[in-house]
Design a protein around this ligand. Sequence first.
Ligand code: MD6
Ligand code: FE
Length: 216
Amino acid sequence: MNDTRAAGNGEGAGGFVAPEGFRLLPGHFDRSAQQALLDEIRAVVVEAPLFTPVMPGTARPFSVRMTNCGPLGWVSDVSGYRYQPAHPVTGRPWPALPDTLLALWRALAPGARDPQACLVNFYGPEARMGLHQDRDEADFSAPVISISLGATAMFRLGGTTRKARTRSLRLASGDVVVLGGAARLAYHGIDRILAGSSTLLRDDGRLNLTLRRVTD
Ligand code: MD6
Ligand code: FE
């Protein structure tokens, strides 16, 4: 499997062509911007504590913990995946979306309406995220934009069918990923976290923030 820092929209050694609309912006946020964003996310977590979602049907817990900011938040429980305006445990509205994230969205998704949800996923050293599509939104014309903070993750990117070839990319602290265009519905996931890869968060912790437009 390829493992490269290159944005790699061209054909890689394994014959993988990333879907149109996939962008990786390595080091988009420098260390001081990462620290400032981390401070904002810590404030979000104080207001809206991390919770452990479970898989619909089976109630198997996710290995990541999550929270949200913005008017809507993504949740998963026994009855399904959905967006809702309040935290599932506290019942309070989600905290506001930090201005830094709104500015990032406006710069990278010109013409799209403003994001309504920022899903915050926290990974400990053993956490993973299975291969999935982000398809709980009514509007697929806007991209999904992610920001990674803390430990480096091995990100798997595939095509728009589950059986399409995949490739592995490293997402380091400060990296931004855009899934737009054909890549909006590309399968992707996190295979593992690389120990000792960042000092931003203690104990090989990692945060991934995903900005989404939910309604059309
Ligand atoms: C992660 N990322 O980096 C998982 N989704 O932890 C995602 O699931 C993701 O990076 C949509 C767009 C960009 C992403
Ligand atoms: Fe995703």
